[in-house]
Design a binder for this molecule. Structure first.
Ligand SMILES: Cc1cc2nc3c(=O)[nH]c(=O)nc-3n(C[C@H](O)[C@H](O)[C@H](O)COP(=O)(O)O)c2cc1C
Length: 164
């Protein structure tokens, strides 16, 4: 049975929901043992030696990763399969949705590929860009909502195949 750690940082909740969808697919369809950890000031040291696969997800807001996830990337992932995703609703994913591929590649490089290259000691086996949401002030209404569960399900299936 594959042991998989999912570590994420979120500001508005989308990365949490995405992580839960990925966990469900890996558990139910691929029989992974999954531990889901939201990084916070209370997160104790995570024992990475327990896991063969590590999935790292971060919210992108104010053009940046959540700082704890960025720091987590500096762990030693030697001998493990690393997977990384970002929730970049307003820029990267929005460009993909509009088919603006040059813009998408530019943002993906800046907000995903280059950050991983600079901070992680192993090349990810696979990466993904997801949407998210922006609420209208403190209301329940959205000014932007492009979070699509099917995107996470698709990527989780890819991860399942790459780890079995
Ligand atoms: C104040 C604010 C700043 C944001 N900045 C960015 C940004 O720089 N780039 C981007 O792609 N999306 C941006 N977004 C959209 C986020 O990607 C979206 O809210 C996503 O759901 C964030 O992930 P989270 O819900 O896990 O925090 C921003 C949203 C807010 C509310």
């Amino acid at each position: 049975m594959s042991k998989t750690l999912i570590v994420f940082g979120t500001r508005f909740g989308a990365t949490h929901r995405s992580s839960e969808v990925i966990a469900k697919v890996l558990k139910e369809k691929f029989n992974h043992e999954v531990e889901l950890v939201k990084l916070s000031s209370k997160t104790e040291n995570i024992e990475l030696s327990n896991f063969e696969n590590v999935i790292v997800g971060t919210s992108i807001a104010y053009f940046s990763w959540t700082k704890r996830v960025k720091k987590f990337l500096k762990n030693d992932f030697s001998g493990k399969k690393l997977f990384v995703f970002i929730s970049s609703a307003a820029l990267t994913y929005a460009a993909l949705e509009k088919g603006e591929m040059e813009k998408y590649e530019k943002h993906k490089k800046r907000f995903l590929d280059n950050v991983v290259k600079k901070n992680a000691n192993v090349q990810p086996t696979s990466t993904a860009v997801f949407g998210g949401w922006i609420r209208k002030g403190k209301t329940e209404e959205f000014s932007l909502f492009n979070w699509k569960e099917k995107d996470m399900i698709k990527w989780a299936n890819e991860i399942g195949k790459l780890t079995s």
